[in-house]
Write a protein that binds this ligand. Structure first.
Ligand code: CP
Length: 308
C-alpha cells in the first residue's frame, strides 16, 4: 500500500509517469470515466480549503467513484477530542482512499501510520502540500514543455508557505534548476530547506527582498500569499501582508515566456489586472490540479494500468 505524504514518496520516474498520465487524462477525460467505479474517496479536511478538497472530489467523481468526508474540524468528532489515529482507523472502514488536511505538521504521516487505506497529505500545517506540488509540476511541464534548465522565482511567505517547501523538494531532483528566493527577511525559507535541501543538493540559489530586480531573470514566478493563519500576532501579519504586489508594471520587466503561478487563494499579492496577461497561469494551474489528482488516485489504488 502506498501513501503520499511528501513529494519524495514518489521517485522522479514515478512522478514523471504520473504527470504523463495526468496529461493524458486532460486530453481524454472520457476514457477514464469508469476507472474508479465502486471506489470511495474520503476527504478529511480539518482546515479550510476550496481547491484541494473540491478538486479531489471532482477528480474522484470524474473517475466514476464517490466521495464522503468532513470539511471542518468542528463538523467531525475531532471537536470532541478524537485523535487523528483513531479517526483514520475508522475512516479506513468506510473508504478505499483518503485525502487529509490538518493544521498540525506531521498529522498526515500519523494518519498513514495507522491507516489500512492509502493516505494522501492534502496539506499539514506549514510543512508540506505534495498534491499542490504535482499540480505545479504538471503546470510547468505543460507550459514550458520541460521541467528543469530554468530559473524559478519563489516570492512571498517562504517560511510558512508549505507549497513552496514541497515544490523546492521536488524541483531540486530535476537538472538545471536555479532558484531566486524573494521574501521579507522574517519570511525566508526555513533552515531545514535552505541547508537540508538547497545546500545539500548543491542547487544554485540566491535570497533577495527585491522582486523587481529578479523579474528579468525568471522563467517561472511562483507567487504566494502571506499565511495569516500561521502568524502568532496580527501586527506582524499586517506589516508583511502587502510586501509584494505583482502588477502590470512589474510584468513589463519579465520575459515574454515567463509564466506566473500561484497555488491560490490570492489575497493582494497579484493585482487582478495581471489576470488577463497570457503569462498569468494560476487559473489554468487549478484545472491541472484535477487531472493530477485523478492520476494520483489511480496510481495509489493500483489502477494506472487499467486504461489503454
Ligand atoms: N492551493 C490550495 O491548497 O488551495 P486551498 O487551500 O483552497 O485548498
Amino acid at each position: 500500500m502506498r501513501h503520499l505524504i511528501s513529494p519524495l514518496d514518489l521517485s522522479v520516474a514515478e512522478t514523471d509517469r504520473l504527470l504523463a498520465l495526468a496529461s493524458d487524462i486532460g486530453k481524454n477525460r472520457s476514457a477514464y470515466a469508469h476507472v474508479c467505479d465502486g471506489k470511495k474517496l474520503a476527504t478529511l479536511f480539518f482546515e479550510p480549503s476550496t481547491r484541494t478538497r473540491l478538486s479531489f472530489e471532482s477528480a474522484m467523481l470524474s473517475l466514476g467513484g464517490s466521495v464522503l468526508g468532513v470539511s471542518s474540524a468542528d463538523s467531525s468528532s475531532a471537536a470532541k477530542g478524537e485523535s487523528v489515529s483513531d479517526t483514520i482507523r475508522v475512516v479506513s472502514c468506510y473508504a478505499d482512499i483518503c485525502a487529509i488536511r490538518h493544521p498540525k505538521e506531521g498529522a498526515a504521516l500519523v494518519a498513514a501510520t495507522h491507516s489500512s487505506i492509502p493516505v494522501i497529505n492534502a496539506g499539514d500545517g506549514g510543512h508540506q502540500h505534495p498534491t499542490q506540488t504535482l499540480t505545479d509540476l504538471l503546470t510547468i511541464y505543460s507550459l514550458k514543455g520541460k521541467i528543469g534548465d530554468m530559473t524559478v522565482g519563489l516570492c512571498g511567505d517562504l517560511k510558512f508557505g508549505r507549497t513552496v517547501h514541497s515544490l523546492i523538494h521536488a524541483l531540486v531532483r530535476y537538472p538545471g534548476i536555479r532558484f531566486i528566493l524573494i521574501s521579507p527577511p522574517e519570511l525566508r525559507v526555513p533552515d531545514y530547506i535552505r541547508d537540508g535541501v538547497l545546500e545539500a543538493n548543491h542547487i544554485p540559489y540566491r535570497e533577495t527582498t527585491n522582486l523587481d530586480d529578479a523579474m528579468a531573470e525568471l522563467d517561472i514566478l511562483y507567487m504566494t500569499r502571506v499565511q495569516k493563519e500561521r502568524f502568532f500576532n496580527e501586527e506582524d501579519y499586517i506589516r508583511m501582508k502587502d510586501s509584494y504586489i505583482l502588477d502590470k508594471e512589474k510584468m513589463k520587466l519579465a520575459k515574454e515566456d515567463m509564466y506566473v503561478l500561484h497555488p491560490l487563494p490570492r489575497v493582494n499579492e497579484i493585482s487582478v489586472e495581471v489576470d488577463s496577461d497570457p503569462r498569468a497561469a494560476y487559473f489554468r494551474q487549478a484545472q491541472y490540479g484535477v487531472y493530477v489528482r485523478m492520476a494520483l488516485i489511480m496510481t495509489l489504488l493500483g489502477l494506472e494500468g487499467t486504461v489503454c
